[in-house]
Design a protein around this ligand. Structure first.
Ligand code: CP
Ligand code: NVA
Length: 303
């Protein structure tokens, strides 16, 4: 049983297959082509955390492909609380054809997949967010025409978004810089995976200005993720020097794309001006979530 839990579960060749498929499905979607591989099929979407993009893109994408998507919010099943995760896995495997889940603890999505008889897609955990980063790299590829000599500078908290970038870097070559205040580094083991892969180079920085020089992409995310929102005020002070504003963007010395997984907290990790600038490709990224995820679902259905 194949799942989509980490980008490292896929080879370089498979990731490129997914990217080409996503590009093909994007054209079909825009041309309003009739494409119904999921006729009479259902997708159970489990959300233990809030969502706009993930919910709407999965639901719209799956229904466009002929299926029915069921939304199960934080209060609906109480996964791991009202009912054991492994019971939900086996239950949904009897009703549905695929599961997409957004959970807190990464161990919970691993357990969901372990007991599932149907493919499980990771729609974000505290550890990673693979659908997002597949859509992000698709967006960079689309805009640049290639992924050669790519330098990505991430500014901010070493969180789930960073972990998926690092896992991508284990498969696709890039120079990845994570620039964060000390104490907010990404997970050591995941950084080690990049170094061991010998595919990409990883650089850790605490200096925003030198970190962005020559960057093709400057990426940021909220300073307090879901589950940490009570730390927002404290983190706003700690991360103040890491804000992506026009002055910092211009320090790259080249035409740099600004990216953010969204939702953005304008005025904190990014200014309104950067979000609205010609460098910003945040809505392309958001759109590509749907096309990348459609590709993941078709791929899992066929393989
Ligand atoms: N980027 C992202 O996953 O957005 P949502 O939290 O709105 O789904
Ligand atoms: N790091 C953010 C990503 C949201 C898509 C969070 O986990 O809240």
């Amino acid at each position: 049983m194949r799942h989509f839990l980490h980008l490292t579960d896929y080879s370089n060749h498979e990731l490129w297959e997914l990217l080409h498929l996503a590009k093909e499905l994007k054209i079909k979607f825009h041309n309003k082509e009739d494409f119904k591989p999921f006729k009479d099929r259902s997708l159970a979407m489990i959300f233990a955390k809030p969502s706009a993009r993930t919910r709407v893109s999965f639901e719209t994408g799956f229904e466009w492909m002929g299926g029915h998507a069921l939304f199960l919010g934080p209060k609906d099943i109480g996964i791991g609380k009202r009912e054991a995760i492994k019971d939900i896995s086996r239950l949904f495997s009897r009703y549905n054809d695929m599961i997409m889940a957004r959970l807190f603890d990464h161990a919970h999505i691993l357990e969901l997949a372990e007991y599932s008889g149907i493919p499980v897609i990771n729609g974000l955990t505290d550890y990673n967010h693979p659908c997002q980063i597949l859509a992000d790299i698709m967006t960079v590829w689309e805009r640049r025409g290639n992924l050669d000599n790519l330098k990505v500078t991430y500014m901010g908290d070493g969180n789930n978004i960073v972990h998926s970038w690092l896992q991508l870097a284990c498969r696709l070559p890039m120079h990845f810089v994570c620039c964060n205040p000390s104490g907010f580094d990404p997970d050591d083991k995941t950084v080690q995976m990049v170094n061991d892969s010998k595919i990409s180079t990883y650089e850790s920085s605490n200096d925003p200005v030198s970190a962005v020089i020559g960057a093709d992409v400057i990426y940021t995310d909220v300073w307090a993720s879901m589950g940490q929102k009570e730390e927002t005020e404290e983190r706003t002070k700690i991360f103040a020097d890491y804000q992506v504003n026009m002055e910092l963007l211009e320090k790259s010395g080249k035409e740099t794309f600004f990216m953010h997984c969204l939702p953005a907290e304008r005025g904190r990790e990014v200014t309104d001006e950067v979000m609205e600038s010609k460098n910003s490709i945040v809505f392309d990224e958001a759109e590509n979530r749907m096309h990348a995820q459609n590709a993941i679902m078709v791929y899992l259905h066929e393989n």
